[in-house]
Design a protein around this ligand. Structure first.
Ligand SMILES: Nc1nc2c(ncn2[C@@H]2O[C@H](COP(=O)(O)OP(=O)(O)OP(=O)(O)O)[C@@H](O)[C@H]2O)c(=O)[nH]1
Ligand SMILES: [Mg+2]
Length: 318
């Protein structure tokens, strides 16, 4: 329950947005514990974040340093998007990932990451499972999971990974302006890198025909909306075999309109030991995701009769 009328303040889950440590001094606070007695002195301070997945109201807090890079995982329902995020988190936790983006430098949503990765963990006497289905909330933005990475002593770079329900993207593929596509529209508009997830299990199952047309629609939508941002086709559940013709037709629907797209295949299968998460492709995909950038415009060199930068411009070539 929110005890503050301000939209950007989530007391008592997080600290006071106006910075009051003693809430009774805050002019806006109208908490349930409207206790006017002097509180016991304590060293405990509420932090400005709760650790859960971030929402739009929390973005200003993360974006204070610099605009975070947003990584979108786009794919149909049950495609393995949340599983992939959880597996990345476990990889980082093991320190197994050797990334060009640098070293893990913190997260404001550790509890959110734990929630997606919890079921993938190997507990003694209990086989790891998969994360639960991501519920389609009425929200206009997905749950955002935060990570930051730092190279050497440089400023850390913040990343937000979207964990959105597949239904959003299926509706967005059919009608991008529909009210139910608001969340997917947000993702498509703000993402810096787009990962289009193709589910090999669905593409080889009984309803593979409809899975293929849904994915082709989604690929066409991504191609329309991407505006030169980097895109990767990510085959999930690569342990499941699929017909070569099916694979080829999905590939064509992605590489036809987006020839420069990258392609990865990942698999996260809970087996008899906890080791299979250390998969080279998973690390390579994370590495690519964190470091790929939109191509920059290359300016033509200035025609110049002199090597001196001061005289480079304004010189008419004879
Ligand atoms: N065989 C196999 N199955 C997988 C793999 N990864 C995920 N799965 C299965 O796919 C199911 C869905 O995975 P999720 O990660 O929840 O899928 P999602 O894309 O987040 O789905 P929504 O949240 O519903 O949009 C899991 O319950 C697993 O059964 C894999 O690598 N191999
Ligand atoms: Mg999910």
């Amino acid at each position: 329950m929110n005890d503050c009328p301000q939209q950007s303040c989530f007391v008592p889950d997080t600290g006071c947005a106006l910075g009051h440590v003693d809430l009774s001094a805050c002019p806006k606070y109208r908490g349930s514990g409207k206790d006017t007695s002097v509180p016991e002195p304590t060293d405990a301070v509420l932090l400005p974040w709760s650790g859960s997945a971030l929402g739009l109201a929390d973005l200003a807090f993360v974006a204070g340093r610099a605009r975070p890079r947003i990584i979108a995982t786009i794919g149909p329902q049950n495609a393995g998007k949340t599983t992939m995020l959880g597996a990345w988190y476990l990889l980082l936790g093991r320190g197994a990932a050797d990334l060009r983006a640098g070293q893990f430098a913190g997260s404001f949503s550790l509890a959110g990451w734990e929630a997606v990765a919890e079921s993938l963990r190997w507990a003694p006497g209990q086989a790891p499972g998969f994360p639960p289905h991501t519920a389609s909330r009425s929200g206009r933005a997905p749950g955002l999971l935060h990570l930051s990475f730092r190279v050497g002593q440089k400023q850390p770079v913040d990343y937000l990974f979207t964990d959105a329900p597949g239904e959003w993207f299926q509706k967005w593929a059919i009608n991008k302006d529909g009210p139910e596509a608001a969340g997917a529209r947000w993702v498509a508009e703000h993402a810096d890198v787009l990962l289009l997830v193709a589910d090999r299990e669905a593409l080889s199952g009984t309803s593979k025909g409809s899975a293929r047309s849904a994915l082709q629609l989604l690929a066409a939508r991504v191609a329309d909306e991407r505006k030169s941002r980097p895109v990767a086709l990510v085959w999930t559940k690569s342990d499941v075999p699929i017909a070569p013709a099916m694979e080829e037709s999905v590939r064509q629907s992605v590489f036809g309109p987006i020839p420069e797209a990258e392609e990865f295949s990942v698999s996260i299968t809970p087996g008899d030991n906890g080791e299979q998460l250390v998969d080279g492709t998973l690390t390579r995909l994370l590495d690519w995701t964190l470091t790929s950038r939109q191509p920059r415009a290359v300016l033509p060199p200035a025609p110049s009769g002199s090597g001196d930068p001061l005289f480079m411009y304004g010189v008419r070539s004879a």
